[in-house]
Design a protein. Structure first.
Length: 98
């Protein structure tokens, strides 16, 4: 799969057009290195990105902007076995994941 970038912010605008992340608790399944995470997380109350790829999670943690250190967290998990209660999140995001 080819990695695509959106320098003109079209992806961010589309994401926010369909979902209001303001003060919401967000679960991102298949967060990878956090490319999409950084587009919605500033608006969220807090966010958790999960991925089975530990190396991708390491990159996401290192690349996490300092202003999001207290509200964005990452965990190793597969979509089929999430370690959270059903009522933990307001929104779930799954994009660009296999």
């Amino acid at each position: 799969m080819t990695v695509q970038s959106y320098p003109d912010e079209k992806e961010k605008k589309a994401l926010h057009r369909y979902v209001d992340f303001t003060d919401r608790r967000v679960l991102e399944i298949g967060c990878g290195e956090g490319r999409l995470t950084w587009k919605y997380a500033p608006a969220s109350a807090w966010s958790v990105g999960v991925d089975a790829d530990k190396n991708a999670l390491r990159v996401a943690s290192v690349d996490r902007p300092s202003n999001l250190a207290k509200k964005v967290h990452f965990a190793g998990a597969k979509a089929e076995r999430l370690p959270f209660r059903k009522d933990t999140f307001d929104i779930a995001v799954l994009a660009w994941s296999l």
